[in-house]
Design a protein around this ligand. Structure first.
Ligand SMILES: O=C(O)CCC(=O)C(=O)O
Ligand SMILES: [Fe+2]
Length: 346
């Protein structure tokens, strides 16, 4: 199956759910374990210091136990979310030749399209098309983004800048929950990198034997994800089982990434996750990865290191991750965070 055929085999309707944003019949997930995902009401952060303290405690627990939570009342309105998803799906519906203009295997390229929708039906392993683009500072990068569909830059740009602001707020709560204060890294994060990965997983004829994305953790400090329907699975640290993340309309998912595992000296673990497939509808996810500047190294907070609790990680930057990615295949189980652990055998 080639990209051209897969793209034309799905189409979007007119309005978010009515507009036909993809859904998956519930029966598909009957056989799966569903994750109990902490849902954090961000509106409560502004309801006085006592309420804020409780929310920070919930975030601490979620980051320690799962490295993952979802947020509601995050302040980004539903229209912005729906329109970003819609223009993402319109992009993937374009003819292959249009998308191929952005095709690149160079992981250092700030805008690139790629697809694994080429393998024969018997041999498919991964079933995904993606568009990645740098998003901060927006004015520097937006001119390189697709302008087909014609509102792509506007809708995705709006979503990107709102999610960038949200990232700063979440970062403040995370460092506060680590006991190092809300301003520990927020300014650096504000000036740091934002990479948007738009994933498209068309209906797959063999969802049992293929995946959208292999198990991995994100290199980022934080990743914020908007999904059109369920499909993400996270590894439950308690019983080491894959669990499906349920769909909560309007919620955004937050992943602790490798660089926050490093900052926290391993108190918070980056969440291992994978994208599964279904045979009925297309799934879209918009993934916003936030880290420090391209060459700025993330190290462990010195406040979280002591004689009894020595530093466990080497410093690294986003660029170090890109160099790792250029030379290693995540599908073969290679993991960036493992290369950062000081006691890990290389
Ligand atoms: O599609 C998803 O929900 C996950 C995508 C993902 O993990 C990634 O792009 O890093
Ligand atoms: Fe990921």
């Amino acid at each position: 199956m080639d990209d051209e055929k897969s793209s034309s085999s799905f189409s979007m309707g007119k309005s978010a759910q009515e507009r036909g944003l993809p859904y998956v019949p519930e029966c598909y997930f009957d056989s799966m374990d569903v994750a109990t995902v902490p849902t954090i009401d961000f509106g409560r952060l502004k309801q006085g210091p006592d309420e804020r303290k409780l929310v920070i405690e919930e975030i601490r627990t979620a980051c320690r136990q799962l490295g993952f939570f979802q947020i509601v009342n995050h302040g980004i309105c539903q229209t912005v979310l729906d329109e970003a998803l819609l223009s993402a799906s319109e992009f993937f519906n374009l003819p292959g030749s249009e998308k191929a203009k952005f095709m690149s295997n160079d992981v250092h390229n700030p805008v690139r399209y790629g697809t694994s929708l080429k393998d024969g039906l018997d041999t498919i392993q991964f079933w995904r098309a993606f568009l990645k683009h740098y998003a901060h500072p927006l004015a520097d990068w937006i001119k390189y983004w697709p302008n087909n569909p014609s509102n792509y830059r506007e809708t995705m740009g709006k979503y990107s800048s709102e999610v960038k602001k949200l990232n700063t707020e979440i970062t403040e709560t995370i460092t506060e929950s680590l006991g190092i204060g809300p301003n520990y890294i927020s300014k650096k994060m504000e000036d740091g990198m934002q990479v948007i990965t738009v994933n498209c997983y068309p209906p797959c004829p063999n969802p049992e034997i293929a995946l959208g994305l292999p198990p991995h953790s994100d290199y980022s400090c934080l990743t914020i994800v908007l999904q059109s329907c369920p499909g993400l699975e996270i590894m439950h640290t308690g019983d080491s089982k894959w669990k499906q993340v349920p769909q909560l309309h309007g919620a955004l998912q937050v992943h602790v990434g490798d660089h926050f595992e490093v900052l926290s000296n391993g108190l918070y673990k980056s969440v291992v996750h994978r994208a599964t497939l279904n045979r009925d509808r297309t799934r879209i996810s918009i993934v916003s990865l936030h880290s420090l500047g391209l060459e700025e190294k993330m190290g462990t907070a010195k406040e979280l290191v002591s004689e009894e609790n020595p530093g466990r990680y080497k410093k690294s930057s986003f660029k170090d991750f890109l160099n790792f990615l250029a030379n290693n295949d995540l599908a073969e189980g290679k993991s960036f965070i493992n290369t950062l652990k000081v006691d890990e055998k290389q």
